[in-house]
Design a protein around this ligand. Structure first.
Ligand code: KIV
Ligand code: NA
Length: 277
């Protein structure tokens, strides 16, 4: 496979073709996904839930996400890989945001950096874009704002909110964002947004009018049996396959069917004689 570039996704959008993203948090999964047609991998801060077992995305560090992003890039060197800026890695100041976004690019070799963006982040996105970083500006439902909102809920379901959201998307595009990612929003709002934007719109539960779609890989593969949003379509039952394999292994260990002679090492022939003596 040729090394993928951000420009390839722009070309797809211009040709009216859609593209796909999946989250990915580790080297082994990245190696598997590197052999697929999926267009971009995102090391999301959802790693806090999927890897660390937290019940929100607030408690994960730059160090951790840098290490995970690096492992994904190693496993899928030809794929586009985006890193997700964790809570408080960019909110305190533009300077902090640039240092951390730059770390993802320089240290983890991320091709793009995602920032949950409200109006205060427009200038952060501008500064990062001015520094040459491809930014995915994440709007709509922003899980890092759970403290403010209380609970996750769909966005842009009222006309006034829809207009505000579209204005924000256009401001982020003007600031230099490479992509807009819209999470959990009314499909009608997404459709209008997509028609106004020049840059690609990635949807995560934002309906069929988006240029690209992103889902959490654990949901898609059926590896996570916790709560999932209604837009998280399951394409496999990997969790059940893993459990069945683990039980089959356990049974063989208990019955003595594992390991067989071919799965064992042997003492050297001439040494065996010495043992027998
Ligand atoms: O962290 C994440 O997984 C995300 C996407 C699902 C958009 O932000
Ligand atoms: Na995220």
């Amino acid at each position: 496979m040729n090394k993928q570039k951000v420009a390839d996704l722009y070309e797809k959008k211009n040709k009216g073709e859609r593209f796909s993203l999946l989250t990915c948090y580790d080297y082994t999964m990245a190696r598997i996904l590197s052999k697929t047609d999926v267009d971009m991998l995102l090391t999301g801060d959802s790693a806090s839930q999927m890897i660390l077992g937290e019940n929100n995305t607030l408690n994960i560090s730059m160090d951790m996400l840098t290490a995970l992003t690096k492992s994904v890039k190693r496993g899928a060197p030809d794929k586009l890989v985006a890193a997700d800026m964790p809570f408080m890695s960019y909110q305190p100041s533009i300077e902090r945001a640039l240092i951390n976004a730059g770390r993802f690019v320089a240290e983890a070799e991320a091709d793009a950096v995602k920032i949950e963006s409200g109006w205060p982040q427009v200038e952060t996105v501008r500064a990062a874009a001015d520094s040459g970083i491809c930014i995915i500006a994440h709007i709509g439902l922003r899980p890092q704002s759970i403290g403010l909102k209380g609970r996750p809920k769909a966005e842009g379901t009222y006309a006034e909110d829809a207009v505000d959201l579209i204005k924000l998307a256009l401001a982020l595009e003007e600031a230099g964002a490479g992509f807009i990612l819209l999470e959990a929003a009314a499909r009608e709002t997404a459709e209008l947004m997509q028609s106004r934007l020049s840059i690609p719109l990635i949807g995560c539960g934002a309906g069929p009018s988006c240029d690209g779609q992103v889902l959490v890989v654990n949901d898609v593969m059926g590896m996570f049996d916790g709560p999932a949003p209604k837009f998280a379509r399951k394409y496999a039952e990997i969790g059940s396959s893993i459990a069945a394999a683990a039980n089959a292994y356990h049974e063989d260990v208990v019955s003595g069917a594992y390991p067989q002679d071919t799965e064992s090492y042997h003492i050297k022939t001439q040494e065996k004689q010495k043992l027998d003596d």
